[in-house]
Design a protein around this ligand. Sequence first.
Ligand code: ZN
Length: 315
Amino acid sequence: MKKTLQEHFVRAALIAAAALGGCGQLKTADKELKAPPSGTIGVAELADRLGLLLRYESPYRATLTDRINSVMVFADPEGRAYVNGVPVGPAGGIVAAGSRLFVPAGLEKKIRPALRHPKLIKAPPRPLPPPPAPRVQLGPVVIDPGHGGKDPGAPGCNGLWEKDVVLHVGLVAANILRKRGVDVRMTRSDDRFSELNDRAALADRVAAKLFVSLHADAAPNRSARGFTIYAPAGRMEQAGALSSAMVRRLLASGLANRGVRPARFRVLVRTSCPAVLVEMGYLSNARDAALLGRREFQDWLAECVAAAILDHLTN
Ligand code: ZN
């Protein structure tokens, strides 16, 4: 049995006390055992195993502690251990020999479950947070994921449907914007069909600051690829800042830039606020479709779209 520093210290202190004419009890402390009594371990080893700090109160009593636990071990006829004031283990079997205490080897298993664990100690209830400062709400903005329901939009060369890709991008973009205090209205939030006129009417009904319709392209020419921004023909300038922000942000997606073009799409013509229709790559192009089929890429597109909308709202 290896002696710990603590035991050496206790023994030295006890010998010193005895030399100075200490009490009769202390004289027994000088008689060291060669080996622990059978079936026992030194109390210092018990402390090591439990990760506790040992302090001898006397040759017959030791305290094992950490920040939140206190275990007391007595070598009295009762021989109990007390964990945070509660007796554990069968009585007896704790013996003092020389300057050391020995406990039954099985006592560790009895003590361990009774110890408090730091994680189980409840933090004091926190004071209620102050009421949030009134936040400036940005928007409202309307995000219009194209197609939906019976209208699947363009088919992808890899089995994708436009309506599914644009819905995911729209929902993620809305989520990002709402977290930044933007009032976002969606023309659809699930796989349902909505009339083009109703989509445009929503923007006017909520007095939207801007309208963004999300689509993905397809063309007979399979090599066509990249994103295109469409702005309402005849009022391109009104959507100029929004178009530019959209181009600038979508360049980060890695899709090729096909520029800003005028169009007479009904959702653009029928809205009175700045409006753009974004074709986010070609589902008929193998490279674009492979990107558009990946959720991470759809999420990244959503971040680009959300960033462009925030650019426009905050500039
Ligand atoms: Zn479309």
